[in-house]
Write a protein that binds this ligand. Structure first.
Ligand code: DGT
Ligand code: CA
Ligand code: CA
Ligand code: ZN
Length: 573
């Protein structure tokens, strides 16, 4: 069974984390991080590429050394370097670096100074007041560490949707090859396209459950079998992902799919509706007394409780049942509605592909336009462009637009929002751009008032079209900065500024409920990939899923406009 890209990427990221804690050469750390990004961004399996004899050293940021390491990982599942250095660094230090404000060096200092070995030790130290006594830490840091550890999401293990897909889709394909299975689907939060999933809930329709489950548990990635019966089994995969599998008769397929898709709150509301009609709804069907009146398909289940079919992305009991009842379900935006991408980087800053390559890739997506938005000068570690370099890029884009057909590049910039809400470039330069995305990349620790004020100040500038990744969160890694999102939405509305839904599955920023809030206030959402490579443009579909969870319709989304309408819409006054 091949090693997945995300597993290779995670190993390289892990090496980078450990090297950073060991205070290794920053260039070496960077090399592993870049390699991890490259592997993660490949739309094809690196293991399969190797199998076909591809030379991985031709990929961006992968030299002969790293290509060799990837080959070993694919062959053996191991990276010797990682085993070596992880012996020297307690895993808890790596976990501690996820606490906001605790970088690798400070985490190391904490653990060394207090002779800690686990996060429990760290929590105790924070409670006993020992952290505040270390030079350079203080009461405030101590309180933050205590709160973060008490909150628990540093140690919580939910898998990002893209990672879950990487393990879930091959497993599903394998299950679909089992003799005697009739249908199989992944239900649960995965089918609702939530940004993270706790576990996978797989449904299989078939008669001989015992035999199907026997084959299921023989899947190569199964590491631990917690239970294994005739209709149900729970296993853990090598990746740590838990999988619940249930085998049901075809006659109950729709009912089971409905039940195990959830959410629980949506189910409970549905069951109550059934009761009000004198019916009983469970995972086997919809019943009137002992008679099954629906069950084989999901639409019939909804029909039986007097509702049209409701898309799984809406099933959170956030008003979808009432909307369905009143014929007011949203006409959700679709991937095919997207006419272009409004946030992308090139080799000019920290991207991996050139202007030309990005343009060709956007054309392959079937887009009308792609905005090139490299970083601005304050982003030194991301190769931010100086004013002259941006001016040169504007010319290069104009030149390229003359030469290429079928795609229009928009000259843009992801300009840093400075601490006081000012922008990293002068208006005289920003004026020359087709599109300005303004983002926060620093001073995450400002209090809510100051942070909100800062971003609103940036929106005061009519040259700003979109606020990039508005809350700054990185799923599973960095909490959103303090922000009054309602105030931000109100300010965006009065200023005619759009907010980004960053489609990168590690960001998905804005969250679903915030997308909905923005749209309800008439604020346009730009669904953008923030691609740092040609492969990154493929992330659009995660943004679309998130947008749909946020009830967005085509008209709510800025980049569903065709080129001419977009250009008109970008003229703020
Ligand atoms: P997750 O795994 O935490 O990302 O979220 P889900 O939604 O996949 O939750 P999970 O795996 O615990 O259960 C799968 C579905 O099964 C859930 O969405 C709804 C259904 N379900 C589970 N427990 C209950 C329950 O106690 N009552 C009802 N009505 N449905 C339940
Ligand atoms: Ca689940
Ligand atoms: Ca489950
Ligand atoms: Zn950014």
């Amino acid at each position: 069974m091949p090693v997945h890209n995300s597993e290779i990427a995670a190993m390289f990221d892990h090496v980078a984390d450990l090297l950073e804690i060991q205070d290794a050469n920053p260039f070496r750390v960077r090399a592993y991080r870049n390699a991890a990004d490259t592997v993660r961004d490949q739309s094809r399996s690196v293991a399969a590429m190797l199998d076909e004899g591809a030379d991985l050293a031709e990929l961006p940021d992968i030299g002969d050394d790293l290509a060799g390491k990837i080959a070993v990982i694919v062959r053996t599942g191991h990276l010797a370097l990682l085993d070596e250095i992880s012996d020297d660094v307690p895993e808890a230090i790596v976990a501690a670096t996820r606490i906001p404000g605790i970088g690798p060096k400070r985490a190391r200092k904490l653990f060394d100074a207090l002779d800690l070995t686990s996060l429990d030790d760290l929590e105790k130290a924070a409670e006993d007041g020992r952290i505040a006594r270390i030079a350079g830490f203080g009461e405030k840091t101590q309180a933050r560490i205590r709160d973060e550890l008490a909150r628990g999401d540093i140690t919580e293990r939910r898998l990002r949707i893209d990672t879950a897909e990487e393990f879930g889709e091959p497993l599903l394909a394998w299950i679909r090859g089992i003799d005697g299975m009739e249908k199989a689907e992944i239900a649960g939060s995965y089918r609702r396209r939530k940004e993270t999933v706790g576990d996978l809930d797989i449904l299989v329709a078939g008669r001989d459950g015992g035999k199907i489950i026997e084959r299921f548990t023989a899947y190569d990635e199964v590491e631990d079998i917690a239970s294994k019966g005739k209709t149900r089994s729970t296993v853990t995969l090598r990746s740590g992902l838990q999988v619940d599998l249930r085998v049901i008769p075809s006659l109950s397929w729709g009912a089971a799919l409905h039940y195990f898709t959830g959410s629980k709150a949506h189910n409970i509301a549905g069951r109550r509706r059934a009761q009000d009609r004198g019916l009983k709804l469970n995972e086997y069907g919809l019943f009137k007394g002992d008679e099954q009146i629906a069950g084989a398909n999901e639409t019939q289940i909804y029909d039986g409780i007097g509702l049209p079919w409701i898309d799984p992305v809406l099933r959170e009991n956030r008003g979808e049942i009432e909307a369905a009842e009143n014929g007011q379900l949203p006409d959700l935006v679709e991937l095919g509605d997207v006419k272009g991408d409004l946030h992308a980087h090139t080799t000019a800053s920290d991207g991996k592909n050139t202007l030309c390559e990005m343009a060709a890739a956007a054309k392959r997506q079937g887009y009308e336009y792609l905005a090139i938005t490299d970083h601005s000068k304050s982003q030194t570690q991301a190769g931010g462009l100086g004013a002259d370099e941006l001016a040169a890029q504007i010319d290069a884009i104009a030149e390229l637009n003359e030469k290429i057909d079928g795609i229009r590049l928009l000259a843009g910039c992801e300009v840093d929002i400075l601490k006081d809400g000012g922008l990293d470039f002068h208006d005289s330069l920003l004026e020359r751009l087709d599109l300005v995305v303004a983002s926060v990349h620093s001073n995450f620790a400002l209090d809510e008032d100051a942070q909100t004020e800062r971003i609103i100040r940036a929106m005061d500038n009519p040259l700003v079209h979109i606020i990039g990744h508005p809350t700054g969160r990185l799923i599973g890694q960095r909490r959103a900065y303090a922000l009054d999102i309602e105030r931000l939405v109100g300010a965006a509305r009065t200023r005619g500024c759009a907010l980004e839904l960053n489609a990168n599955p590690i960001r998905l920023d804005l969250k679903d409920v915030h997308c909905r809030l923005a749209a309800e206030h008439g604020v346009r959402i730009a669904i953008s990939t923030d691609a740092h490579s040609t492969g990154g443009l493929d992330h659009m579909r995660y943004g679309i899923d998130q947008a749909r969870r946020g009830w967005l319709e085509r008209g709510d989304v800025l980049n569903t406009l065709g080129l001419d309408d977009l250009v008109k819409a970008l003229k703020r006054n």
